[in-house]
Unconditional design. Structure first.
Length: 146
């Protein structure tokens, strides 16, 4: 599995975990549980769709020239915002979807990405694992010297 595909999988997994935790908490707090569940589902599907849209955008942008890639990425960014706005607009003007559940679902991607960033091991700027080992040995030698 490529690194990009595995990152998509990890982001989707984190979004689903956040949605499940929100669903569990919502069972105790929400008045209209069906509307809350529908809001979480609609918002969660939107977040997961945005993850796959980002993946598709990056795969296509790499193959384009610099200027065309920049314009393409901007257009896809605006499309994702438009989709988010439309889903939130639906939530505001419909009574069968909980707006709170929708907000949690739509914005579940933000904490999912943050959590994934914290779970990733730190890598040196040059990308080599050996650099960490070398740095630790160097620190040990300095401490013995002084």
């Amino acid at each position: 599995m490529s690194e990009q595909k595995s990152m998509v999988y990890l982001l989707v997994r984190n979004v689903v975990i956040i949605l499940l935790v929100s669903l569990f908490v919502g069972f105790f707090i929400a008045d209209n549980k069906v509307a809350y569940i529908l809001g979480l589902l609609l918002g969660g599907m939107t977040s997961i769709a945005k993850v796959f849209m980002i993946q598709s955008t990056m795969e296509k942008a790499v193959l384009k020239q610099a200027h065309a890639a920049s314009n393409y990425v901007r257009a896809q960014f605006m499309l994702r915002y438009l989709i988010t706005f439309m889903v939130l607009f639906i939530g505001v003007y419909t009574s069968y979807v909980s707006f709170i559940g929708l907000i949690i679902g739509v914005f579940a991607l933000k904490p999912a990405a943050y959590i994934q960033g914290k779970l990733e091991p730190s890598v040196p700027k040059d990308g080599s694992i050996e650099f960490l080992e070398w740095e630790e040995e160097d620190e040990d030698e300095k401490s013995d010297f002084w």
